[in-house]
Design a protein around this ligand. Sequence first.
Ligand code: NI
Length: 183
Amino acid sequence: MIRPIVLYGDPVLRREAQPVRLDDPELPRLLQDLWDTMYNAEGVGLAAPQIGVSLQVFVVDAAPLQPEGEPPFKEAFLNPRLTATGTACVPHEEGCLSIPGVRERVFRPDSIQLAYYDAEGRLHERTFAGIVARIIQHEYDHLLGRLFVDYLSPVRRQLVRKRLHQIARGLVEAPYPTRTYAH
Ligand code: NI
């Protein structure tokens, strides 16, 4: 089911998400809703807090952004833990379905190692690089209550400040269903 995407300004995006129980009977539906909502919005990743669920779950389908020849990457991540990061930081332009219309360059480690459970409850520890590592780090941040705009320089932050206020006040249209935090 396509769920409305929670927009910037909603406190659920700033909360630390709780671990999910792998035998939670609601889990298959949550995963399906994340996939449906992400694909409907033409995103490459979506974290549970972005549909208002403060649990440590996110989904990634990097295929639209992967270089030609790279095997398409699609995975669900439950209770992920970052176990190592590469030493080189690289820039890349990022956006976020919860912050429509804002795209900014963010520096992040070029590779990461992550322990996580997949949708079938199997434990993995894998190394990721390139665009896949980029998307995973962005989504992982959502589980910690962090957003990509937190990394901007004071100057860049000032430039997007007005837009962020507009989003938080529900004055911005997105080409997918959204939910603004009601005061
Ligand atoms: Ni995001």
